[in-house]
Design a protein. Structure first.
Length: 426
């Protein structure tokens, strides 16, 4: 068996799937240790995994929460820039402290979140294998595909390709400090430099939690990339209380802006007003950002909770209103629930665009959000059968993708020290 180390951001949307994958590997007899800042400890231990702190005084408990709270108040380009800054900050700490932590823990292979640049460089330096695992959209850059941070629809036309090229160029300029940081350490450690952003991902296996049917058509996928579908397991998450006795039996609309992009209270006001008077029950989760009392009395008196057991509620939901974070989208589709996406920043516009392209929901950009528009879209998605049918189609695609079990099978095959397991064709 193998001692795996997991490196990922200390955010719920990354920790939940990665610890679920870690739990699956542990159940197969492997040892799994999450390397992270203090804020990641509770979710790691709740999943039954080992935890090794890195970051120390630079990332003391709560500091990451403060950063995410600031991010939650931003939107659009400002939020994207701040996210890149946070990723750069984390990468610098990881490159400085990660190698010693990995060696001291006796870790033999790494599973690196694709939003944790530096993990692959550490693996190369220590000469151990690593796997890339993405809970977000496929970040691999391909000029025929709109970048993950845009709300653009797919088009094979030459003008769309030029548009995509321009966006990738600007984004790579924004990420240049991260690229320079990685190559600085690679030069110091006598490793070949990265010449392209895609170079930082594993050449053994790149695991993406999307089903292929939800992604835009691609022509340049690496042979080692697998669309596994999402990693879901309620038993790997911390228990969350919920007043189930207050559910009325009406069609349930579940609204969540995730655990980061949830500090824009006007959005919740708009959602509540748009649902007022409809024959539905609206449940709003604040993602742990604040208390329900802070919002005051919302139109229609929806059921508002600080944090919700999302996997359980989605089994009862008829519609999800979401920021289009990939985890909420995938968890909704796993239950055949169509969506209305209100993307805020980062990969949310790209996820919402793919959701609308697949016909399983609609997208309303934040700049265009209004009560009349949102109410109209909610009614459309609730009443037109095509949205539910496409959500069920994607639900079946997710089920056939294999999920966390297939992801663990792939890892066990490509990491030499583990028992061989056959991997299904993509």
């Amino acid at each position: 068996m193998t001692h795996f180390g997991i490196i990922c951001p200390a955010a719920t949307g990354h920790l939940n799937p990665m610890t679920t994958l870690g739990r699956e590997l542990k159940q197969r007899g492997h040892r799994v240790t999450v390397l992270g800042i203090t804020d990641a400890q509770s979710k790691t231990l709740a999943a039954g995994l080992e935890f090794r702190e890195i970051g120390g005084s630079e990332f003391t408990g709560g500091m990451r929460k403060e950063s995410l709270a600031k991010l939650g108040k931003l939107s659009g380009l400002a939020a994207l820039k701040y996210t890149v800054y946070l990723v750069q900050q984390s990468a610098a700490m990881l490159l400085q402290q990660g190698p010693a932590a990995v060696k001291q823990a006796g870790i033999e292979a790494l599973i690196v979140d694709q939003l944790s640049p530096g993990g692959g460089t550490i693996a190369d330096y220590l000469d151990i294998p690593f796997i890339s695992s993405g809970g977000c959209l496929l970040p691999n850059q391909e000029e025929g595909v709109p970048p993950f941070f845009t709300s653009w629809n797919y088009s094979p036309s030459p003008w769309a390709r030029l548009r995509n090229q321009g966006a990738y160029y600007l984004f790579n300029r924004l990420e240049l400090p991260i690229h320079q940081l990685l190559n600085e350490y690679r030069q110091r450690w006598k490793l070949s430099p990265y010449s392209h952003p895609n170079d930082q991902y594993s050449q053994l296996a790149q695991l993406i939690q999307l089903p292929a049917e939800l992604d835009f058509p691609r022509q340049e996928l690496p042979q080692c990339l697998y669309y596994t579908g999402p990693y879901h397991n309620p038993s790997s998450r911390e228990p969350v209380p919920f007043p189930y006795e207050q559910l009325t039996g009406q069609p349930l609309i579940y609204a969540s802006m995730g655990t980061i992009q949830n500090r824009l209270p006007g959005i919740f006001q708009c959602i509540a007003k748009a649902c007022e008077g409809l024959d539905v029950q609206l449940v709003i989760s604040l993602g742990g950002s604040t208390s329900p009392e802070s919002l005051g009395k919302l139109p229609g008196s929806p059921l508002v909770v600080e944090y919700a057991p999302q996997l359980e509620l989605l089994q009862k939901a008829t519609l999800t209103i979401t920021h289009a974070g990939p985890n909420t989208v995938l968890e909704s589709l796993s239950n055949g629930v169509p969506m209305v996406g209100i993307p805020i920043t980062n990969d949310q516009p790209g996820t919402a665009a793919r959701l609308a392209w697949a016909g399983a929901g609609e997208m309303i950009l934040l700049a265009h959000l209004s009560v009349p528009r949102l109410r109209q879209v909610i009614k459309r998605v609730l009443t037109e059968n095509s949205y539910k049918q496409n959500a069920v189609r994607l639900q079946k695609a997710i089920q056939s993708a294999g999920g966390v079990s297939r992801a663990a099978d792939i890892i066990e095959q490509v990491v030499p020290a583990t028992k061989p397991v056959l991997v299904q064709t993509r």
